[in-house]
Design a protein around this ligand. Structure first.
Ligand code: ZN
Length: 218
């Protein structure tokens, strides 16, 4: 997911350890972990709307090996180059259910992590409060549109070693978790917009130049 238009990056602090409440500890050592990933990785160009890999469900991750770890490193490197707060594997052309994130929550706390085979938890009605902030996507470069989504999200999946994890997000990070999970099921945020807003987002994309390298569509 693209950075919020007005968003300031906030540094705070980890490992894929589990906190006492059962949610993954993705705020600890956030800065150091993100740096280590992207320094090992190589930045790759970003696929854009129209590329078939973005419009179909990705394959489940079944091998939690060195090549998955290397992919995650490349995803962190690519995310940083494109100044994103979240990136799904199909956004660098890889057909696997994994996303990475580096995103502030409602309190400005930075969350850094990777999720394989994510599944979004259904929220009970009393926890469903819609927020209609602007949303952008590295695969729809330069475009933004307001999109209502719940302001709280819980995603279950696995870490890079295959251990089960649960990730919880508020505010912009909740939006990010939903946006990235959508990607891995072949869905872009513009697919959730009205016809008119979708057209407007695509027009914004046509009229502007991305600040990072993209994979041209045939
Ligand atoms: Zn996206």
């Amino acid at each position: 997911m693209a950075q919020q238009e007005t968003d300031q990056r906030i540094d705070s602090g980890a490992s894929a350890a589990e906190r006492e409440d059962g949610f993954v500890a993705d705020t600890e050592d956030a800065e150091a972990r993100e740096l280590a990933h992207r320094e090992r990785g190589t930045s790759r160009p970003i696929t854009v709307v129209g590329n078939p890999v973005l419009h179909r469900e990705c394959r489940d991750v079944t091998e939690f090996d060195d090549s998955l770890a290397a992919l995650i490193d490349d995803m962190f490197a690519s995310q940083r180059t494109a100044e994103g707060v979240g990136l799904a594997a199909n956004q660098i052309g890889v057909d696997l259910k994994v996303f990475v994130y580096d995103c502030p929550d409602d309190d400005g706390v930075r969350h850094v992590g990777a999720v394989c085979n994510p599944v979004l938890e259904e929220l009970p009605p009393e926890q469903r409060h819609l927020d209609d902030s602007n949303e952008g996507c590295l695969s729809v470069p330069t475009a933004y549109a307001s999109l209502a989504r719940p302001d709280y999200a819980v995603v279950r999946g696995q870490d890079a070693q295959g251990r089960p994890i649960t990730v919880r997000g508020t505010g912009y990070f909740a939006r990010c978790l939903q946006h990235e999970t959508d990607h891995l099921y072949g869905r872009l945020y513009i697919d959730r917009l009205s016809k008119r807003d979708r057209k407007d987002a695509l027009r914004q994309m046509e009229e502007n130049t991305p600040r990072y390298e993209i994979v041209p569509n045939d």
